[in-house]
Ligand binder design. Structure first.
Ligand code: PMP
Length: 386
């Protein structure tokens, strides 16, 4: 079996499992308890917060643990809109549904107006248009993602942060696909809110975080026992938090090596696809690029085969890839990202996403499987015409 769907989720690193084991066994106290059992885990959470803050160039007081990027995105947007009386939000049509649906809710209620920034033919944010939108309406909330989960496009969030500062706007960015992969120094960037999810970087599922710039304020969604400085009530997911910090530490420690390995896989995959005699294979967005797109994502449109059919047939051969994102598979009705960029409604998307655990041999195996699928199709076609 080959797992090539690492933008959906990743395997937990064995070192992460070692790190969380004590919190599944002996260290089971409630961090809010004042006794020794509580103190032990309270310290573990504090240490995890410090690790995450150090790795991102933030302060520990700016990191809040959540159940994942979905919750963190919800909090950033709802919290910022409510706490700052935001009435105008600029976003793009290729954001994750956790962003788009949250904003749509506020728009429907009549609380905000949404402007969608223009995208070029490759799905890149048009910064000139963004500036025009800001010029017309400063004191806006901008929500634009760093790395797109379906096509891999990387957006220059630092240029956007500069624009936000110039126009007195608040800037939220969904960095779920780039945390642990690209370097951050949040002390220097004018970013107000940023989110991540541990299972995208070899940590456990169901845990993530939000960075809230100390100069900003937010209104919590989940109220209760006052945990996470009142930003998220509820007994902390200690196991998840410890695992998240360990996974992030490992990711940044081996960042250069992993980046190199994964880029090699993508390069090899692209060149093998280029060698095929099947004509008309195209890449979505900037996915063909090794610099403008995430090195772990290759988003491909294959001719004559619907993405659903190719994904299922690869699955039958033991190869896990996805059509669009796991979320758009769930939502049915195709990829909103592809629909936002391409006029051709039939443009297909099959996403291959790599991790440090994939090998060159696996890539060769996948390409052979694709050839087999095309050949078997041709055989069927021929037998039908006999
Ligand atoms: N944003 C992006 C860009 C993502 O790729 C994902 C995961 N598909 C999320 C948010 C949501 O993360 P989670 O499911 O861990 O809450």
């Amino acid at each position: 079996e080959i797992y090539c769907d690492n933008a959906a989720t990743t395997a937990i690193d064995s070192e992460v499992i070692q790190a969380i084991l004590p919190y599944l066994t002996t260290n089971y106290g409630n961090p809010s308890s004042g006794h020794w059992a509580g103190r032990k885990v309270k310290e573990a959470i504090a240490s995890a917060r410090q690790i995450v803050a150090n790795l991102l160039g933030a302060e520990p007081e700016e990191i809040f643990f959540m159940s994942g990027a979905t919750e963190a995105n919800n909090l950033a947007l709802s919290g910022a809109i409510q706490a700052n009386d935001i009435t105008h939000v600029i976003t793009s049509k290729i954001e994750h549904k956790a962003v788009l649906q949250t904003l749509a809710r506020y728009e429907k209620a009549g609380d905000i107006e949404i402007s969608f920034v223009r995208l070029d033919d490759f799905g890149n944010v048009d910064l000139k248009h963004l500036e025009n939108l800001l010029n017309a309406n400063p004191q806006t909330l901008i929500s634009l993602m760093h790395g797109n989960n379906e096509i891999g496009n990387i957006t220059d969030i630092y240029a956007i942060a500069d624009l936000a500062k110039r126009y007195n706007a608040i800037f939220h960015t969904d960095t779920t696909q780039t945390i642990g992969k690209l370097a951050f120094n949040l002390k220097e960037a004018n970013i107000d809110f940023l989110v991540g999810s541990a299972h995208k970087f070899h940590g456990p599922k169901g845990v993530g975080f939000i960075y809230i710039n100390k100069n900003n304020k937010i209104k919590p969604i989940i109220t209760g026992g006052g945990q996470e400085k009142g930003q998220r009530g509820g007994t902390e997911n200690v196991v998840g938090i410890v695992g998240l910090a360990k996974a992030l530490e490992l990711s940044y420690r081996s960042k250069a090596i992993v980046q190199n390995h994964v880029t090699g896989l993508k390069k090899h995959f692209i060149s093998r696809l280029d060698d095929l005699t099947i004509g008309g294979i195209t890449f979505n967005g900037e996915s063909r690029s090794l610099t403008k797109s995430l090195s772990n994502i290759a988003s491909v449109a294959f001719p004559c085969l619907s993405s659903g059919s190719l994904v299922n047939r690869l699955d039958a051969l033991g190869i896990a890839v996805s059509g669009g994102s796991a979320c758009s598979n769930l939502a049915d009705g195709g990829s909103h990202v592809i629909a936002a960029i391409y006029k051709n409604p039939d443009k297909e998307i099959v996403r291959f996403s790599f991790s440090k655990f994939n090998t060159i041999e696996e890539i060769d195996h996948i390409v052979k499987a694709i050839i087999r699928i095309y050949q078997s199709d041709r055989i069927e076609e021929q037998s039908e015409s006999l």
